[in-house]
Ligand binder design. Structure first.
Ligand SMILES: [Ca+2]
Ligand SMILES: [Ca+2]
Length: 660
């Protein structure tokens, strides 16, 4: 007996010593060793205002937008009621284009590419670290109190967290000079030699320009986040006159925005959209030259920042098309051309610059999102993206299936995503490029583990790859409801991440549902068998079905109409436990009740597809009480040693949350 107590005492002492020796000093040392982080934000992240009047320049004020709509509406009504001849379209342009131009006038550039209204500028800019501004200050609220920056500050400290907002009218090479000033300022403030720099969206353009102009001597990490550093397909298309409305793309986007197909089905059934699209097509065919010369070019075509979005492959043709529509002098054209050519050269050399950065010991990482519809307004709208930039560009040239489609069957290789939508082997940096399915452009959230990916890459002290961290392999799935980032290949039902789906997993889910213990956020993702972002007895039932072979396990987390029907019929008719000790007794009756309720909702007719999500919601669930503490694990509840020793995967050390 004494031996046991001695053992315990020694173990305890050892644990304490280890904690003191390893944990405390390493944490302290790491934080002081880490380089400051400068985050360069994207297009229109900081508003532009008229500094003399205080009025919003971009984004325009609600009043300005309403005035534009009011101004265009009479012309539109007249056009709709007309015979839509060339003369009618002319009259529409006469009336509508000046109204639209007025909206964009405050941010216009001169034909030579210089800023037209110098009284317009950024509403704010905070050159010191997050720590320099009080948590209750306006500065903190405007610039620093954002998920990604909070996450950076948590990792390196607020005193090492910097953020730059850009004026997107300027040439990226002008902004590069300012970034260099900032980097020198940060270095001297911290007495350090290197700064970690991250470019979000258009910020990646500026980071590219900085690297081209100033090299990598002052840089420790380059992180491209949903970055426009290789351009945007639809800007390339638009600058080549490729305007077209993609009806299906329009519905896809609507479905994504409202989360159901119902609305787009109703709108589609009226035929109104088809009519409007046909009219826009006719208007564009009749008035393309005027639309560009009198409206699109004065608003955006002289802007060197917007020109930086034109992909290299589209660039020469875009110049030919746009310059032919410019109502400017040869000297003005030449001045503009010089400005935009300078960045075009940066874009062409971006790969070489990043490669040489890597050779020089800079840690390079690229993060790209996919599986969202792009703006359905160009000939490029079939490409998959993050709603704002196509995946082919944010990933630096992954081979991507079109939105909602897969790469050809037989596409294989270690860089092919489990859903066969992405082949990363063609990326500039296949081993340093991560993909997040279903995450929107800059939809950052730090409530779970999503921002940890970015913070990890921005602060890593040595080059990491897609194989460095089991939590963050190359292909990730973002659940916008639970905010959890999980490996795309996550085996559904494998709650303890041991690669097997068995009774141990079932038990863990049941214990969670019965509030006897709490699963980690990532474990809950794995356990959410019906994909409704909630953990209920239904998930336990489905997991049991998977284990007993009633339905196969799948890495595909999306659920189809058929899968829901299977769920319901399985739950009601099948899945009898042979040992007569059904842990799910009572559930079937509840499902039966839910089905009756559904019948009441929809009658006996066939259920519309988009109602199936609602059906899933109505399936019985036993929700956990809000503030349940995790009860202590009692020995008698543990049937075997296997249960407790299986939580060894790196995946399982995610912060535990009580709600899914
Ligand atoms: Ca398992
Ligand atoms: Ca569920």
């Amino acid at each position: 007996m004494k031996k046991t107590s001695l053992k315990k005492a020694v173990s305890l002492l050892l644990a304490l010593v280890l904690a003191v020796m390893l944990v405390v000093p390493s944490l302290a040392a790491n934080k002081s060793k880490q380089n400051p982080v400068l985050v360069v934000t994207g297009f229109s992240e900081y508003p532009l205002v008229n500094r003399s009047t205080g009025e919003a320049a971009f984004p325009p004020s609600t009043d300005a937008i309403l005035n534009t709509v009011k101004g265009v509406l009479p012309a539109l009504t007249a056009l709709l009621g007309s015979g839509q001849t060339k003369a009618d379209y002319d009259a529409f342009c006469d009336a509508a284009l000046p109204v639209v131009n007025a909206l964009f006038e405050p941010i216009a550039c001169n034909p030579d590419g210089s800023v037209k209204h110098t009284e317009v500028g950024l509403a704010y800019q905070y050159p010191e670290s997050a720590a320099a501004y009080g948590k209750n200050s306006e500065a903190y609220a405007q610039a620093f109190d954002k998920a990604l920056l909070r996450s950076v500050a948590d990792t390196v400290g607020a005193d090492k967290t910097y953020v730059y907002g850009l004026d997107w009218r300027l040439s990226p090479l002008e902004i590069a000079d300012e970034l260099n000033d900032w980097i020198q300022h940060i270095k001297s403030a911290h007495g350090c030699t290197k700064v970690s720099i991250a470019g979000i969206s258009m910020g990646g353009v500026m980071v590219s320009a900085y690297l081209a102009k100033y090299g990598t001597a002052d840089i420790s990490n380059i992180t491209m986040i949903s970055s426009a550093f290789t351009g945007l397909s639809y800007i390339g298309a638009l600058f080549n006159g490729g305007i077209t409305i993609d009806e299906q793309g329009l519905y896809n986007m609507l479905n994504q925005l409202v989360g159901t197909e119902k609305l787009s089905q109703i709108i589609g059934s009226t035929g109104l959209v088809k009519q409007i699209i046909a009219m826009i097509d006719d208007l564009y065919a009749a008035e393309q030259d005027r639309l560009f010369t009198e409206c699109l070019i004065p608003a955006f075509g002289y802007n060197p920042g917007i020109w930086s979005f034109v992909p290299a492959d589209d660039y020469e043709a875009a110049k030919t098309f746009m310059f032919a529509h410019m109502d400017s002098t040869d000297a003005e054209k030449k001045a503009l051309e010089e400005k935009i050519d300078a960045y075009h050269a940066v874009q062409i050399n971006a790969k070489a610059n990043l490669e040489s950065a890597k050779r020089a010991g800079v840690n390079v990482a690229i993060i790209s999102n996919y599986n969202s519809q792009m703006p359905p307004i160009s000939t490029a709208s079939a490409q998959t993206g993050d709603q704002v930039i196509e995946t082919v560009h944010t990933s630096a040239f992954a081979t991507c299936a079109d939105q909602g489609k897969q790469l050809p069957e037989g596409t294989k290789g270690k860089y092919v995503s489990p859903d066969r939508m992405i082949d990363a082997s063609t990326c500039w940096f296949p081993n340093e490029t991560w993909f997040i399915k279903n995450m929107q452009h800059v939809g950052f959230d730090d409530s779970q583990n999503q921002c940890a990916l970015y913070a990890w890459l921005m602060t890593t002290e040595k080059q990491v790859t897609i194989h460095s961290n089991a939590d963050f392999p190359q292909f990730l799935l973002y659940n916008s409801e639970t905010k959890v980032l999980s490996p795309l290949a996550l085996l559904r039902g494998d709650v303890n991440f041991d690669g097997k789906v068995n009774l141990v997993d079932v038990r863990m889910v049941l214990r969670h549902v019965r509030t006897l213990s709490t699963l980690s956020a990532l474990a809950k993702e794995a356990a959410d068998m019906d994909g409704n972002s909630r953990l209920t007895h239904t998930d336990a039932q489905l997991l049991m079905d998977t284990y007993t072979g009633v339905s196969p396990a799948s890495a595909d987390k999306t659920f189809s109409a058929d899968s829901i029907k299977d769920v319901v019929s399985n739950a009601v008719n099948g899945g009898e436990n042979t040992n007569g000790n059904d842990p799910l007794s009572g559930i079937k009756d509840k499902i039966g009740d839910a089905l009756d309720a559904i019948k009441g909702m929809f009658g006996e007719q066939a259920l519309p597809q988009d109602s199936l999500a609602q059906i899933a919601d109505r399936l019985p669930e036993i929700t956990r009480p809000a503030d349940t503490e995790e009860p202590a694990e009692t020995d008698k509840d543990v049937p075997s040693a296997e249960t407790d020793n299986t939580q060894t995967s790196a995946l399982s050390n995610v912060t535990e949350e009580s709600e899914i």
